[in-house]
Design a protein around this ligand. Structure first.
Ligand SMILES: Cc1cc2nc3c(=O)[nH]c(=O)nc-3n(C[C@H](O)[C@H](O)[C@H](O)COP(=O)(O)OP(=O)(O)OC[C@H]3O[C@@H](n4cnc5c(N)ncnc54)[C@H](O)[C@@H]3O)c2cc1C
Length: 378
């Protein structure tokens, strides 16, 4: 099967490796719009579940141990009210729930694996349109070149709107994520935090260098105010919102922001074309699920082709793959929505049932273990 992948981000690269590993596609080419020298090197710190790390390792993707910050516990609390839920690797007899790594380290590891697998990557190759011609899908590049394949995988992030039948449902949350880094005077290694503060969820994700990445969702006007506030004032606001469980937090990097827009593409498969990762769905980063979901897309696509019987067409396999991804997709989007908005503070009337909910799950080990297993380990 000749396959073209539009987008050399983490999901496009993982999809190529998954197809190659299963010997599904004999001829795979990745088209990446950016020239090699100017590939974006985002400062984001990506938290991946133990399941995502296992999948990457199976594909031969290995990130240097010094670049991995293991996550053994996730602590979920609400600021200024009772209720604590701790998800712990020990509860599911695992050494870690996952680990975070800088985006450039992950990207380099994927690039190395793609290179070792002799998968062809064309840099500076911007796709401009994708169409069906008979049974094949044809890509027109900005250069004027035309490439045809048996299967086209769209992994171009939020960028494309190539297939009119793939309807994009987009919703601006009205929030921005404030991103920065902090050091803590009493660090708790291996712990990630989700804290529900007045006005938006606050996530602290451990970094391999001993600091934490902060992702703090705020209403747009409030985020804009924070971006121009003095460092001391921001630190005060952050410490007041987070509390003292890690002593004093001090920012160590400039604040940046990211608009929080939800995106859902449905249908995501038609004929010989399928959308994966951010090309199929865009999530709020507070729950750290976006790339986990994209990697699962890549893994399940490989499985769907590996199970394909000889009398089945590529279109039928892609349609089946798309149906099979429904539950995981909706569950993770729902969980992210719950963290992003379900816990938006709304006075004691909302705090009390939320606190009771968190405490109830904390006190029910079977339910807690099941949530932990589903989020991190499976
Ligand atoms: C602040 C922040 C923190 C995050 N933290 C986490 C986290 O902790 N855990 C987690 O799981 N997820 C996290 N995410 C989400 C995660 O970053 C994304 O889900 C992931 O990067 C999506 O990968 P992708 O390959 O689908 O898309 P992208 O990373 O967007 O890659 C798309 C690629 O396609 C290329 N491209 C675009 N258009 C074209 C074209 N026309 N032709 C050819 N190439 C094209 C682009 O140049 C790019 O290289 C976070 C996101 C943000 C914003």
């Amino acid at each position: 099967m000749k396959t073209l992948i539009v987008g050399g981000g983490p999901v496009g690269l993982a999809a190529a490796l998954a197809l190659k590993e299963r010997s599904i596609a004999s001829d795979i080419t990745i088209l990446e719009a950016a020239p090699r020298a100017t590939e974006s090197f985002s400062d984001r710190n990506i938290a991946l579940s133990a399941a995502s790390w296992r999948f990457l390792s199976k594909l031969g993707v290995s990130v240097d141990a010094q670049q991995r910050a293991p996550i053994r516990q996730v602590e979920i609390t609400q600021r200024g009210a009772f209720g604590l839920l701790t998800l712990d690797a020990k509860d599911v007899a695992a050494s870690e729930l996952g680990a975070a790594t800088p985006y450039p380290a992950l990207k380099s590891a994927l690039d190395r694996a793609v290179n070792a697998a002799h998968i062809n990557v064309l840099y500076g190759a911007k796709a401009e349109s994708v169409q069906h011609e008979a049974q094949r899908a044809v890509i027109h590049l900005a250069s004027g070149e035309k490439l045809a394949a048996d299967c086209v995988i769209l992994a171009d992030g939020a960028a494309s709107d190539f297939v009119p039948e793939f309807k994009r449902l987009e919703r601006d949350s009205g929030q921005m994520a404030i991103i920065t880094r902090i050091s803590a005077s009493k660090p708790r290694a291996g712990v990630a935090f989700e804290r529900f503060t007045a006005g938006g969820a606050l996530a602290l994700i451990p970094r391999a260098d001993g600091e934490w990445t902060v992702v703090w969702a705020r209403a747009r006007a409030d985020a804009e105010r924070m971006l121009v506030s003095a460092e001391v004032a921001f630190n005060e606001e952050l410490n007041a919102a987070f509390g003292s469980s890690m002593g004093t937090l001090t920012t160590t990097a400039k604040l940046t922001s990211y608009p929080l827009i939800w995106r859902f593409v449905e249908p995501r498969a038609g004929g010989a074309i399928v959308a994966l990762g951010n090309a199929a769905q865009g999530l709020h980063p507070v729950a750290a699920q976006g790339l986990n979901l994209g990697l699962r897309d890549a893994q399940d696509l490989g499985d769907a082709f590996a199970r394909q019987t000889t009398n089945k067409t590529i279109a039928a396999t892609l349609a089946k793959f798309s149906r099979s991804r429904g539950v995981d997709r909706v569950a993770r989007i729902g969980f992210t929505g719950l963290l992003a908005y379900g816990f938006d503070r709304g006075g004691w009337l909302a705090d009390v049932p939320r606190g009771l909910g968190l405490t109830a799950v904390q006190m029910l080990p079977l339910l807690r273990r099941e949530i932990t297993r589903r989020l991190a380990v499976n």
